[in-house]
Design a protein around this ligand. Structure first.
Ligand SMILES: Nc1nc2c(c(=O)[nH]1)N(C=O)[C@@H](CNc1ccc(C(=O)N[C@@H](CCC(=O)O)C(=O)O)cc1)CN2
Ligand SMILES: Nc1ncnc2c1ncn2[C@@H]1O[C@H](COP(=O)(O)OP(=O)(O)OP(=O)(O)O)[C@@H](O)[C@H]1O
Length: 189
């Protein structure tokens, strides 16, 4: 399927989820993440959710990472469709930007090269680990600046589609994708 049709199909599926379904999904995903072999590192990058768009609420995952005493780094959108990344501390003030993404106002900026694990938002993904987002290429651009062995973990409400047919050279595949019921590992692909 083409990215454009996947985008509209999965935005709609998400809109149709009930509050209880969303809550269950968030907790199951956080719980499944504990099984991944990714917890020995220091620097974990995670998006803060757009609740208005029924995104996976990353709050339970934040608690897990905090509980493990790791550094948490969160993105801030720039005008030119790039991301800057800031350390999340007790003092970090978060404000929703015009797309309803909670973001730090300022703080300690962290280089992409320091990140060990990145949790990636998505609308749909396929069996080879390619993903579709909102379509501005933020994450493809950001991931291309991370170190080559950064671990990329997609978080998805829904299971994999067979194939995204218009994958291009910019698209960076995930290492894992976690859904409420399954852990996909793309290491061998
Ligand atoms: N929580 C969260 N943070 C994230 C992402 C994400 O998917 N989720 N992103 C993942 O990449 C980036 C933000 N991506 C975005 C891409 C497009 C639009 C946007 O333009 N939205 C319009 C509809 C589309 C349009 O008009 O072109 C809108 O909401 O009105 C907003 C954010 C960075 N931070
Ligand atoms: N590394 C990059 N450098 C320059 N342009 C890029 C890069 N990655 C992606 N793009 C451009 O960004 C646009 C959107 O890409 P794509 O459709 O893959 O977005 P997406 O992955 O769905 O969105 P997002 O990453 O924001 O969730 C495309 O025109 C693509 O060419």
């Amino acid at each position: 399927m083409l990215k454009k049709s996947l985008r509209s199909k999965y935005l709609k599926r998400r809109e149709e989820m009930s509050a209880q379904e969303l809550l269950d999904a968030d907790l199951s995903i956080a719980n499944n993440l504990l099984q991944l072999p990714v917890w020995k590192f220091s620097n974990y990058h995670i998006f803060l959710s757009i609740s208005e768009k029924n995104e996976i609420d990353t709050t339970p995952i934040l608690s897990i990472i905090q509980g493990k005493d790791k550094n948490i780094i969160v993105p801030k959108m720039n005008e030119n469709d790039t991301l800057s990344n800031y350390l999340l501390t007790d003092n970090t003030k978060l404000i929703k930007n015009k797309w309803n993404v909670p973001e730090p106002i300022d703080g300690i900026e962290i280089s992409e090269k320091k990140l060990d694990v990145v949790f990636v938002p998505l609308l749909a993904f396929d069996k080879t680990g390619h993903r579709v987002g909102y379509g501005k290429g933020f994450y493809d651009r950001f991931l291309s600046n991370c170190k080559p062995d950064v671990i990329k973990i997609g978080l998805s409400h829904f299971e994999a589609v067979e194939k995204i047919s218009d994958v291009d050279d910019h698209d960076i595949a995930l290492n894992y994708c976690v859904t409420p019921t399954k852990i996909y590992s793309f290491e061998a692909v």
